[in-house]
Design a protein around this ligand. Structure first.
Ligand code: FES
Length: 98
C-alpha cells in the first residue's frame, strides 16, 4: 500500500534511490516525501513511539518528516528534493526501533 498516488506530471525524468536498502524510483523534482509515499505507507517510524509517521504539515513547519540517509545525515522529507542515488532510511540508525 502507498499513501500517495501520482496523478499528474508523470512524464518527468525517472530517477533511482533506495529506501531501507530496497531499490525505488521517483521522478526528478519530487520531494523526498513524495518519492517515499508513492512507494510506501509511511515515511519513518517515530524514534519515541515506534509508530509510523508520514509527515503532517507538508510545508516544513511541523518537523514530523525527518528521515536519515544511510550515512547518517538528517533530511526533512517535505522540503528536500530527492536526488538520483540517494540512500534513505525510514528509522534512525541506533534508535529504539533498530
Ligand atoms: S511534514 Fe511538516 S515539516 Fe515536513
Amino acid at each position: 500500500m502507498t499513501l500517495f498516488t501520482r496523478v499528474a506530471e508523470t512524464q518527468r525524468e525517472s530517477i533511482v534511490f533506495s529506501l531501507d536498502g530496497h531499490a525505488a524510483t521517483a521522478l526528478a523534482g519530487d520531494t523526498i516525501l513524495t518519492a517515499v509515499l508513492t512507494q510506501a505507507d509511511r515515511l519513518r517510524l517515530s524514534e519515541f513511539s515506534h509508530r509510523p509517521r508520514a509527515g503532517f504539515c507538508l510545508i516544513g513547519a511541523c518537523q514530523d518528516c525527518w528521515m536519515h540517509t544511510e550515512d547518517g545525515q538528517p533530511v526533512r522529507a517535505c522540503s528536500t528534493e530527492i536526488q538520483n542515488g540517494m540512500r534513505l532510511l525510514s528509522s534512525i540508525p541506533g534508535g529504539v526501533d533498530e
